[in-house]
Ligand binder design. Structure first.
Ligand code: GUN
Length: 284
């Protein structure tokens, strides 16, 4: 029987903390503004952007949506980002991904000032995280650290296996778990004996995007299981990478999907927006 790690509740706590933070800044005459750039009209992106704007509204951050047409060129997008970088009224810049075909997301990410990179995707932000310097941290892995800490899951000296090596989840997750003094293994699609490697984990973190791939044969009894997957099962129902029903009886703690890792990403984006005041030297 596992503790259910309640991402909805913990993300709400974090948003309340950010709201207190922005109120304290407001008392000093500081208002924070997030610019959200959406190129094209991908329906999923529109929903994500709306959720981010709603969270801004709740936490007391001004959000400005910059909607650019599908036909936007790389030069036009880069030039818009340059303006936002130079605008002292903008504290955070987020370009919603994926971008329409033909646009180079890597170059766009590199164009964002690392001082305003609230997604934590800029190579400088990633490098700073790796060597423990101040900078913005990628929101999903940073949210997982909050889930782990606030649930009281011990990390020091523990075996952590992360499955998935993406730049926005797996790799930064590994860096953050090293900082939590865990012993970290990053497994992926080419890993030999993946079930055996996963069974070493005291903390198993899955980020592969394969519906219900991880059953109890991947889980050491008593392990904490964190599921970053957001998939549809054969009936079209939302599910994670972990077969929740199968794993629940053997894990000590588990994140549900939905309601686990998912809500943390936006909460941590809000936390990064608040943090921008410090990173930009507006407060100490
Ligand atoms: N698309 C899916 N997730 C994200 C995210 O966290 N940030 C941005 N910018 N785009 C995304």
């Amino acid at each position: 029987m596992a503790i259910i790690i309640d991402g909805k509740k913990i993300s709400a706590q974090i948003k309340d903390e950010v709201r207190e933070g922005t109120a304290a800044l407001a008392a000093q005459g500081i208002t924070l503004t997030l610019a959200v750039v959406q190129v094209g009209e991908d329906p999923a992106s529109t929903v994500y952007v709306r959720n981010k704007q709603k969270a801004c509204e709740y936490t007391g951050i001004v959000s400005v949506k910059i909607a650019m047409p599908e036909e936007t060129t790389q030069e036009e997008l880069l030039s818009r980002i340059k303006e936002l970088n130079a605008d002292p009224g903008v504290n955070g810049i987020l370009v919603q991904l994926p971008l329409p075909k033909g646009l180079n997301a890597d170059e766009v990410i590199r164009a964002i000032s690392p001082l305003k990179d609230v997604d934590g995707f800029h190579p400088q932000s990633v490098g700073a995280l790796s060597i423990g310097l101040p900078g913005f941290k990628s929101c999903t892995p940073a949210g997982i650290i909050e889930l782990i800490r606030r649930t009281g899951i011990e990390t020091e000296g523990k075996e952590c296996v992360i499955v998935g090596r993406s730049n926005i989840v797996g790799k930064p997750m590994a860096m953050m778990m090293i900082r939590e003094n865990a012993t970290v293994t990053v497994a992926h699609s080419r890993t030999a004996d993946l079930p055996g490697v996963c069974r070493r984990a005291d903390i198993l973190i899955t980020a592969v995007g394969k519906a219900k791939m991880f059953g109890r044969d991947y889980v050491k009894p008593g392990a904490a299981v964190i599921d970053c997957g957001m998939n549809r099962d054969e009936n079209g129902k939302l599910c994670g990478d972990v077969d929740y029903e199968d794993v629940f009886p053997v894990a000590s703690a588990i994140t549900p999907v939905p309601g686990g890792v998912g809500p943390m990403t936006v909460a941590m984006l809000m936390k990064n927006c608040l943090e921008s005041a410090r990173i930009q030297g507006l407060v100490r």
